[in-house]
Design a protein around this ligand. Sequence first.
Ligand code: HEC
Length: 107
Amino acid sequence: MSKMKSVVVALTVVSSMMISASVVAADGAALYKSKTCWSCHGKDAKTPLMPFYPSLAGQNADYMFNQMKDIKSGARNNGQTAAMKGVMGLVNEEEMRVLADWLAEQQ
Ligand code: HEC
């Protein structure tokens, strides 16, 4: 009986992990569209509008999260940052995290 119980617990844990992973995937894709990211970085996140805009698909998640925070705060302010900065007003840190995680998973 107790063995049965732990199997049930294990299955519940696995299925709730699967649900939260798919929520992040759906949110990331939706945010990427609704916050207009695709218009500069490309629908697939690797065909940017301008050749000198960065490709984001598969980039490191923590790195991207930090770059977004720095662009938003002004800590990062180099050549093309101004193009990106206006958009950062549309996303909060939680959304940046979801976007960074989703982008890192894109191929
Ligand atoms: C108006 C065009 C534009 C839009 C819209 C835009 N970006 Fe950017 N983004 C840029 C440019 C240009 C850069 C490079 C800035 C630089 O040269 O410093 C950049 C840089 C980045 C970086 C850092 C990449 C790196 O390799 O350092 C990330 C991450 C990023 N954008 C994510 C996003 C996300 C997520 C969105 C939507 C919320 C978004 N961008 C919307 C133009 C845009």
